[in-house]
Every structure is written in structure tokens, then in C-alpha cells.
Design a binder for this molecule. Sequence first.
Ligand SMILES: Cc1cc2nc3c(=O)[nH]c(=O)nc-3n(C[C@H](O)[C@H](O)[C@H](O)COP(=O)(O)OP(=O)(O)OC[C@H]3O[C@@H](n4cnc5c(N)ncnc54)[C@H](O)[C@@H]3O)c2cc1C
Length: 298
Amino acid sequence: MSINKHNTHILHNFKYFTPSNIQEACKLLSELPEDTKILAGGTDLIPKMKESVLRPSNIINIKQITGLTNIEEKNNRITIGALTKIRDIEKNSIIYDKANILHQATRVIGSVQIRNLATIGGNLCNASPAADSAAALIALNADTKIVGLRKERIVNLEKFFKGPSKSILEKDEILTHIQFQIPNNNNFSYYRKIGRVSLDLATVSLAVQAEVIHGKILKLSMVAGSVAPIPIRLVSCEESLLDKKLNNDLIQEIAVKASKEIKPITDARGSASYRKNAIKGLTKEAFNILLEKTETEK
Ligand SMILES: Cc1cc2nc3c(=O)[nH]c(=O)nc-3n(C[C@H](O)[C@H](O)[C@H](O)COP(=O)(O)OP(=O)(O)OC[C@H]3O[C@@H](n4cnc5c(N)ncnc54)[C@H](O)[C@@H]3O)c2cc1C
């Protein structure tokens, strides 16, 4: 009896490396061919290899590198190691209390089984415009720490993505940490995604991080996912809301503006016009929640 190996087996040969520190991993990346892949949680890479979408000749498993699985709070900043599991972020009390938008985003990634394997670094390095943590972390104005063979650099996450599956990482570079300042106490956060089924990637997502004092929006970032080649900030919506107090008319206006600001395509997950309507709905929901919150606090 023959076994149907489609989607159950990796059908090509590859070399496998398990470096024990970052410098060793960067050296391997610099020496091995361009198609070499880093393996973190493997939840994206392994299915693609099983389906022969990717056939890397070399795999570098980075999970034995220490110091990359921590969530640390220091000097009003939170630092997360790239190998931290999505499930550990979702359940972490510092994240829940001080960066709740990231809790909201991580709890809707795939299933518990996926979140137990998947890493935050993998979620970002995939460079999917639908990556849930990406929108939330851009809304938090997060920075990435990138280490290469000869240099280290800090790059704001908004500048990390170049297009679907394309990041700014150079051949010898590894994402090691994500860092952001803790939002102050008067903050409001919202993350929602709409997908076809609960285990699906986002058809549309919206992250809103705001600082609100006496009903006035003093700081705001709005980030939409799955509506352009990379997660995008809705800058003109942000500008229209800064220093304003919310009301129903303003919410309607911003929702229309959000649908005009995005540049979605039609694909298997949804049509461009569906996405334009959906972002309107998410924008109204986010700011209606904020309006209700500010009115009950009066
Ligand atoms: C059933 C299913 C459901 C899913 N649902 C969602 C979802 O709802 N939302 C969502 O956002 N994603 C979802 N995903 C996608 C995937 O699980 C996540 O993106 C996950 O976080 C990837 O992390 P990983 O550690 O498994 O990455 P891996 O598969 O190990 O790696 C992904 C890519 O990033 C590179 N990479 C990983 N870490 C680093 C690093 N530190 N430095 C440089 N390059 C690196 C790898 O080489 C590879 O190209 C789903 C996947 C599956 C199979």
C-alpha cells in the first residue's frame, strides 16, 4: 500500500544545524546559501516545507540559543525575547496589566496548540500583513533588536516589513528582541480581527492604542492588518482624532476615513470591498467602546 505523503512528510533533503549562541547562528547564515531558513516554533515553516512551498537546503534551529525566551520589565520598558512562545505572552501578567493590546492580539493567534509552539519572532519574521502581533506591536510603537555577524541594530517595527513575506532582515541577521515603552495609565487599547473561521489568519484586523485624558485623545495609533502588503498605520484617521473629544458624528467620519485610507486586495479570504466595509465596522466598534468608557468615567 502506498502512503500519500502530500502535506504529511517533508519530501526533500536538507542539512540541519543547532547553534548554541547567536554569533554561531549568524555565522552559519552568512556562510550557507541564500535559501537557508531559521527554524523557531516551526508552525509556519514546517507546513510550507511539507507542502513543498519552501524547499530550503539548510535549516538552522535556533531554539537552543539561551536568553531569547524572556519577558522583562525595566525602566518603564518591556523587552520580549524573539523565542518567547505566543502562549507565554498571552498568559503573562505584565503583558496583561501593562500592554493589554498584545494580550488581546496573542490570544487570537491560531489555536492553543499553535500558540504553544509559535514564537513572537516567527510571527514577525513571517512578514505577513495578517500577523496579529505585528499590528498590536506597531500600535505600541515597538522597536526590534536585530543581530548580525558584525553589527547590531534597533529598528522601529513599522520599518521592519517590506512586503508580504519580506522583511528588512539581511542574510546574516536574526531578530533577537522586541522592546516598547509601557503605555501610561490613561490608556485605551483595542485589538480585533475578523477571520473566516476562528483558526484562520485575519481577513481584516485593527489595533488601536490611545492615551485619553478627560475624554480628549492625546496620543493615538491605529494599525490595520490584512488590508495592504504590510500592516499599515491609519495616519489620516489618527491626525483627525488627535486633541479631540469623541462623539457619534466624529466616529462615523473616522470610520469612513479608515475605509478610504486602506488599500486592500481581493483574495481567498475576502474581497476588497468586504475589507473596506469591515474596517469601517471595526473602527466604529473601537471608538464606540472608548466613548462609552469615557462617558462612564465622567
Ligand atoms: C493552523 C495555523 C493557524 C495560524 N493562525 C495564525 C493566526 O491566527 N495569526 C497569525 O498571526 N499567525 C497564524 N499562523 C501563522 C504562524 O503560526 C505564526 O506566524 C507563528 O507565530 C510563527 O512563529 P513560529 O515560531 O512558528 O515561526 P517559524 O515557522 O519557525 O518561522 C517563521 C519564519 O520566520 C523566520 N524566523 C523565525 N524566527 C526568526 C528570528 N528570530 N529571526 C529571523 N527569522 C526568524 C523563519 O525562518 C521562517 O521564515 C497560523 C499557522 C497555522 C499553521
